[in-house]
Design a protein around this ligand. Structure first.
Ligand code: AMP
Ligand code: MG
Length: 508
């Protein structure tokens, strides 16, 4: 078909502009063909109130500190006013949900305002929960305060842990009711990423049988985020390999921190290898390889132990979607399979290196794998607190008093633990590194503070009563997860008994 393509004007006209001349957007995604998105303005919410703002993220955008508490800020970042140059749009994508092809999905409640050239780079800014879009599929286009607080805190917590992640600027709340299992209230979380393109964006154009648009998308992603791949013999094959390797390294980081994503559908997989779309995520408390953090995940497809295999499977979906382009450049299915076959070679060493660092082993010895296996057997048998165990392990000494009291207090079968400890200490003796030096290195990779469900829940309960101070306090603690923070000792405690009953589902 060669009919002229209709290009609606930016939706900007339908909302008042912000009185904030320094906040100026561009939107390169809006310059992609119209099949990539729908332009539309956010749906306003009444009486916006700022719940929390990340000052660190604000600095990425070069935002003036004084603005962060202004009414204008809340109005802009709940979607009631538009900053200059914003060209809001909902992007289309598709995806495999729980292993099943789900067809067209798209931003059902997120709107991309555009990008800001900050002092350290370009950031796309998205409002999540800003109202219905053509991709809402009958849902309300809103996000509740509860899930917005979780996404906001975890995005920043993951960044502080050193895990690639989308970022969060702010949460702005409204009293507007939102109907889930009960009546809740609306909030908008402002997310930042260099790009929100997902595996599912590629799958959408593949399934639509539009290799022309698939090529536009791939060239856009390569041009902006992987420019070095443009020179490869087959840039699309190279793109597949690079995304696969980044994803493998990302999931190795998740495993090493006990992070469970919860909904690793292909529409929730970033082509930049970032953690994206925080929903029913969770950090392991007591170690259980089969832990399922998402109450809606009946089969355990996205359990902790399954995450690497699922991520690999998702890469195969991406590979399939890229196949028309790979073939266009003379690549075969065998070539793509060979690239994807490199998963384990990337993931295995990345995880091994992370675990070695967690144990404070600077050298590589033959028996290390057996030592690790034996440890994980103990952690599993006693459901030992994953975060605290490794943090306390830093205090173990090679010789003399073992320094393992805190670790020992976390286990049930002390004799079995002591047997493992003896092996571990004997292994430490084989390295010249002094205890104190090893302890420092271990505390740089074994966090003291992670966003445990009960911490988020406490902040959420207070926020529902209109008190946002705990959200803000928790953010401050999680911004320095590897530091000992003497005033924040309670945030590193074992979960209280009531936390055992907490359930987190896809409802958000
Ligand atoms: P998720 O599993 O949260 O990544 O969402 C899967 C799909 O459902 C995406 O296309 C979302 O935009 C859409 N979605 C989730 N919740 C809502 C909602 N409340 N309103 C509209 N779309 C939604
Ligand atoms: Mg999603």
């Amino acid at each position: 078909m060669n009919a002229p393509v209709l290009r609606p004007a930016p939706a900007t006209a339908s909302l008042p502009l912000a009185d904030w001349p320094e906040l100026r957007f561009d939107n390169s995604y809006a310059r992609l063909p119209p099949e990539f998105y729908m332009r539309l303005a956010p749906t306003p919410l009444p009486a916006p109130r700022l719940v929390a703002v990340s000052h660190e993220t604000a600095r990425l955008l070069g935002l003036d500190e004084a603005r962060l508490s202004s009414p204008e800020f809340a109005e802009c970042f709940i979607g009631n006013r538009l900053p200059a140059g914003a060209d809001p749009l909902a992007a289309v994508y598709a995806g495999h949900q729980f292993g099943v092809w789900a067809g067209r999905l798209g931003d059902g409640r997120a709107l991309l305002l555009g990008e800001i050239a900050g002092p350290t780079g370009n950031w796309e800014v998205q409002l999540k929960g800003a109202g219905r879009t053509p991709y809402s599929r009958g849902a309300d286009g809103r996000a509740v305060l509860r899930s917005s607080i979780r996404e906001f805190l975890c995005s920043e917590a993951m960044h502080a842990l050193g895990v690639p992640s989308t970022r969060a600027l702010a949460i702005v709340a409204s009293d507007a009711p939102v109907f889930r299992e009960t009546v809740e209230t609306a909030a908008v979380v402002t997310r930042l990423s260099p790009s929100f393109v997902r595996f599912g964006t590629f799958e959408y154009f593949y399934a639509a049988d539009r290799p022309d648009l698939l090529r536009v998308l791939a060239d856009y992603v390569i041009g902006r985020f992987y420019p070095e791949l443009a020179q490869a013999a087959n840039p699309y094959l190279a793109l597949l390999g690079e995304v696969m390797r980044r994803t493998a390294r990302l999931v190795a980081r998740w495993q090493s921190l006990g992070f469970c994503h919860g909904v690793m559908n292909t529409d929730n997989m970033s082509v930049l290898g970032l953690t994206i779309d925080y929903g029913p995520f969770g950090f392991l408390d007591g170690f259980d390889a089969n832990h399922i953090c998402n109450h809606s995940d009946d089969s355990g497809r996205y359990s902790y132990a399954m995450q690497p295999r699922i991520a690999e499977w998702n890469c195969w979906c991406l590979g399939q979607a890229l196949m028309p382009l790979i073939a266009e450049r003379g690549g075969s299915a065998e070539d793509a399979q060979a690239v994807l076959g490199g998963w384990q070679a990337e993931f295995g060493p990345a995880l091994e290196a992370a675990l070695r660092a967690k144990l404070g082993l600077a050298e590589r010895h033959d028996d290390d794998a057996a030592l690790l296996d034996a440890l994980f057997e103990r952690l599993q048998a006693d459901r030992v607190d994953f975060t605290l165990f490794f943090r306390y392990l830093a205090d173990v000494r090679r010789t003399g008093p073992d320094g393992a009291t805190a670790c020992r207090d976390l286990v049930i079968d002390r004799a079995a633990f002591d047997a493992w400890l003896a092996r571990y200490r004997a292994r430490l003796v084989l390295e010249a590194r002094p205890d104190a030096e090893r302890a420092i290195a271990m505390k740089r990779v074994n966090p003291k503070y992670v966003l445990r469900n009960h911490l988020a829940e406490t902040a959420i309960r207070q926020a529902r009563e209109g008190d946002f101070s705990e959200v803000r306090r928790l953010l401050k603690v999680l911004e320095h997860p590897y530091d000992d923070q003497p005033q924040s000792q309670s945030y590193a405690a074992l979960p209280p008994d009531w936390a055992a009953g907490l359930e987190v589902s896809c409802s958000s």
